[in-house]
Design a binder for this molecule. Sequence first.
Ligand code: SF4
Length: 378
Amino acid sequence: MNEPRPLGLYLHIPFCKQKCAYCDFYSLCDLSLVENYLAALCTEIRLSGDLYHDRIVDTVYVGGGTPSLLSTDQLARLFSALRASFILSPKAEITLEANPATLGEEKCRALACAGVNRLSLGMQSADDRELQTLSRLHSFASFLESYRLASRFFTNISLDLIYGLPDSDEERFLFSLDRAISLAPQHISLYALKIEEGTPFAARRAELALPSDDIVADMYLAAVRRLAEAGYRQYEISNFARPGFVSRHNSRYWKREDYLGLGPAAHSFVDGLRYAHAKDLAGYLVALREGRLPPKVEAYRPDEKENINEEIMLRLRLVEGLSPAYLKEKTGYDILKAKGDEIALFCRGGFMKQENGRLCFTPKGFLVSNTILSELML
Ligand code: SF4
């Protein structure tokens, strides 16, 4: 008998107590809708479970928004719906994103009891002035309290930090990074601040004293060195882990493995089809109330050329890079033959390297990866 094929699940919780100044994720602050949303999400879980009854779920990621603002009772209902509708691998990695301001002892216990075994905590900075600039709800002291509490219940904690903040420089960023490292989390993600249209930051872009691109690049390179010295292995452009703690769920995205996204604004890639759900909570609630799955938007099956481009773009995000032999076997495309001159040039410039039959970016190359990718893709 064939083994059931693996599947990752992403569940979107589109609510936040308040919007952070930089954030363009789909989330709303009307918490009166949470209960109705949870009922709809549980219906979507049930309907999707019927469709994917032959799959084994080996990663679950509950993101948002702020999943940790669900009450203990709501979290228990969410996870029991999940377990009732899908076959979960006993070794499934189950991650939940938590805002330090919404995490108490009772919630940590409820999450651990529900089977959550990985917590992703939005630390962002160790500097209270920066946290205020970002409109985060927590101070560094309250983050520390949440972290210490969480580490009593979870042995796999990831911290998110943002660099390139207004008024910041390398020294200030490394101060935050060192505070994060001193806590010895299992995983650290670093994100460069991007001013997204429609956010409060975009509205006052002219007032923000943003560091130059060169300073932001120095922050990144210094962080890569500091994390390596502290025993964190970089495995993706923004992600660093102690041995054994690579995010299995996020790795699916870069390796083009199947994942199903539930909730408004969630994206899916299943059986070769990419699609999303609309950023429309009202429409989502109506569809599920009527017992229908929400419509697929932006749905397409990558064609031959798109498959090649996705393989190149996503695999090269990983430090292990792309195996040209694998790419040729999977798609028929010989990148070394087609782009040999460009690759040689990028290798000579110290932006890429070829090692053990793989092609990968160096840290310096990651900084200009978009430009290089545009040269390498079809
Ligand atoms: S808590 Fe997270 S999802 Fe919510 S507004 Fe802030 S960054 Fe965005």
